[in-house]
Design a protein around this ligand. Structure first.
Ligand code: SF4
Length: 446
């Protein structure tokens, strides 16, 4: 279990010698707890203390990568039960299930490739394909796997037939596919295949009690790259199993449960499947396998996953700069706002919708939204004026009109005082009003 700052502090010499680069042992302990400093920076700590802290820092949930080398995905290594305690590290992998008997494998592969969207500056997509060996024919399984590998999509091999897994991995070992899975009927053969090709192996059985002895057997065979599927059939089973696994691995260091969870959804109703997938993202599944993907479902899951896996202590933000939207020229309008990522992407998107090329002045306000930044004194008249003056935008414009967000209309006079020669125009409160506002603004100049 990771130690708190106070627990680490108790182990330190408490002499405040500053050799670690921090003013006090307590300050250093807090940074070690946050993962922002290493115990090796303290030359006064004993070897015993260093060993104890390193043991505590070892992730209680194993992590590993799978997929083609240039598109590999990392899963596991989570360190907390609740996001606000620290953060969640490796986002849930969303995979689409395809059967090797499907007549439209190419079409489904393309659906996965085309699932990509950009949101708040991040690329979000369906990450992997779970290929089910429904035919039970190793050759047919391999033929289908080759199509997925050709598309460079990370692959999970859904087969309980050792020969099928062996045949695919023999020719395609470089893709580092996950095998699903090992059951009590095939565990020895599957472990030897996973070891032979050095790929992760999913152990599957109904319920935690049946999974544990299988995991212990795999561990005894000297293999550690394991995923767990307890085969939950209802929302309550999914929630209970995943929570018990996470709690046992983090709080009790139960080594047989310290592995990422794979959730294979068996629900055919698309709405209920989406609800279960949301639950799995919220509660600890590292891989979720979906029966189908559609635009609306992807948006729900992508957005939830992005929010859950952002760092709660770091606002999503973009770099301070004057951004071009379209091909603005000297007469184009200039809009100023804060560098909260969601604000930036909403405002940029609505300027694009307006078809009016513009300059978008994004000011560093520590990633806060407009009203919050204003309340915190980070989006004040003097700071906006200073930003505009120092940005160099004046040299690119043949006008002196600055559009500010409607929420800070009260800054108009103060900004004009600080920016002599400029006229401040109050824009809309909501980004959705920008297209109409800009079109009117341009018409008023004609
Ligand atoms: Fe404390 Fe070690 Fe830092 Fe010295 S080097 S202040 S003993 S933590």
């Amino acid at each position: 279990m990771a130690l708190t700052g106070i627990e680490i502090f108790k182990l330190l010499p408490k002499i405040n010698c500053k050799k670690c680069g921090f003013p006090t042992c307590l300050a250093f302990a807090m940074k070690v707890a946050q993962g922002q400093a290493d115990i090796e920076q303290c030359p006064e700590a004993s070897e015993q203390v260093k060993a104890k802290l390193k043991e505590a820092a070892t992730p209680p949930i194993r992590g590993f990568v799978f997929g083609p080398q240039n598109k590999s995905i990392k899963i596991g290594e989570e360190q907390c039960l609740f996001r606000h305690e620290k953060k969640f590290f490796n986002p849930t992998v969303l995979a689409l299930k395809i059967k090797d008997t499907d007549s439209n494998i190419d079409e489904k592969v393309n659906t996965v490739l085309n699932s990509q969207i950009e949101r708040v500056g991040e690329i979000l997509k369906i990450d992997a394909i779970f290929l089910e060996n429904e035919s039970n024919d190793p050759s047919r399984f391999k033929e289908a796997a080759e199509k997925i590998v050709k598309a460079q999509i990370p692959l999970i091999l859904g087969t309980f037939t050792p020969n099928s897994a062996d045949l695919v991995l023999n020719d395609l070992s470089e893709i580092r596919a996950v095998i699903y899975g090992a059951s009590e009927l095939n565990i020895d053969e599957m472990v030897s295949i996973a070891k032979k090709y050095n790929v992760p192996l999913t152990v599957t059985a109904k319920g935690i009690e049946k999974v544990i002895p299988l995991v212990e057997k795999i561990q005894s065979l000297g293999f550690e790259e394991i995923l767990i599927d307890t085969k939950p059939e209802t929302a309550i089973e999914l929630l209970t199993d995943n929570t018990l696994i996470r709690r046992a691995s983090l709080k009790k260091r139960v080594k047989s449960l310290g592995y990422p969870v794979l959730t294979l959804l068996r629900e055919q109703d698309p709405f209920y499947e989406t609800v279960l997938a949301c639950l799995a993202i919220l509660k600890y599944s590292s891989i979720v396998v979906l029966n189908e993907i559609t635009g609306w479902k992807n948006l729900v899951l992508f957005t939830l996953r992005q929010n859950i896996y952002s760092d709660p202590q770091v606002p999503m933000q973009v770099k301070q700069d004057i951004y071009k939207v379209g091909e603005p020229d000297a007469s184009s309008p200039i809009i100023v706002t804060t560098n909260f990522a969601l604000t930036y992407f909403l405002v940029k998107g609505e300027i694009e919708n307006s078809k009016v090329p513009a300059w978008l002045a994004i000011m560093d306000c520590d990633g806060l939204s407009v009203l919050t930044a204003w309340a915190a004194g980070k989006f004040s008249a003097s700071k906006i004026a200073q930003f505009i003056k120092e940005s160099g935008i004046e040299e690119k414009l043949n006008h002196r009109e600055l559009i500010i967000p409607g929420y800070v209309a009260m800054l108009k006079g103060a900004i004009e005082d600080k920016l002599p020669g400029w006229r401040v125009i109050v824009g809309t409160k909501e980004a959705s009003g920008i297209p109409a506002f800009l079109r009117n603004y341009i018409r008023s100049k004609e």
